[in-house]
Design a protein around this ligand. Structure first.
Ligand SMILES: [Zn+2]
Length: 240
């Protein structure tokens, strides 16, 4: 099998993964896991930035995060649908890269593309394991999907301590120069958007601190897993 991955993070748009789970993704890459990232769309509906710019920014963010693979699919930004065609696209990626662990957005969220990305990934994980669905690569089913938190809060299954990857994550987010707050950009040059405001940048920091505070560290990222977690050593899990 060509270059399999341990971990594959899905987002609907370039920058979703960095914004919601970037610290954890960097941590996994640093721990030596082969980590990849897929954006279902090329972000062409974004108020600012051309698709070419967004592709370059996506590649730069992936480089900063130490990823083994990054890829943009060609689903329609703003109209990501949970349909057969799109499921087959996600199944093809899962089967090609054979990751044990997937990341996807939590399904209760504001942007319909994010919610549909969540449903697409969950359904495709199951379908990818069915032998009779034929694609280029043989059937394969990842073991777990961890959902990252975006707009609406959930009670996390676990929170990852991302204190030591926070700075790199902010660098990865800043790689999206056309999207996020950029003090060098002249005001008349830009169309103001929610994520381009200084307040949004502050909220990224505040969220990391909020979740970190819940586990007694500087920064954290919360995740939800549907299934109960199997624990081999409860002491190691519960005691620092
Ligand atoms: Zn998005």
């Amino acid at each position: 099998m060509e270059n399999p991955l341990d971990v594959l993070a899905f987002g609907a748009h370039p920058d979703d993964v960095e914004l919601m789970a970037g610290g954890t993704i960097i941590k996994l890459a640093r721990l030596g896991y082969r980590v990849g990232m897929i954006s279902l769309t090329q972000g062409e509906m974004g108020t600012r930035g051309t698709p070419q710019q967004r592709a370059q920014e996506f590649a730069e963010a992936a480089r900063i995060m130490g990823l083994a693979m990054h890829k943009m699919l060609d689903m329609t930004d703003g109209f990501v649908e949970v349909n057969r065609e799109n499921k087959l696209k996600v199944i093809a990626e899962i089967r090609q890269y054979r990751p044990a662990l997937l990341f996807a957005p939590y399904w209760e969220t504001r942007h319909p593309d994010h919610a549909n990305c969540s449903h697409l990934v969950r359904e495709s994980v199951f379908l990818a394991g069915l032998k009779k669905i034929k694609t280029e690569h043989p059937h394969f089913r990842p073991q777990k999907v961890a959902y990252y938190c975006e707009h609406y809060l959930f009670k996390p299954s676990f929170i990852v301590d991302t204190s030591d990857t926070f700075d790199e994550r902010m660098q990865a987010i800043k790689a999206y120069k056309s999207q996020v707050f950029n003090p060098d950009m002249r005001v008349e040059d830009e169309e103001k958007t929610h994520i381009s405001s200084p307040a949004y940048f502050q909220s990224i920091i505040a969220r990391a601190q909020f979740w970190g505070g819940k586990i007694g560290v500087a920064c954290g990222e919360p995740f939800y897993v549907r299934e109960p977690l199997r624990v081999r050593d409860p002491f190691a899990l519960l005691i620092k």
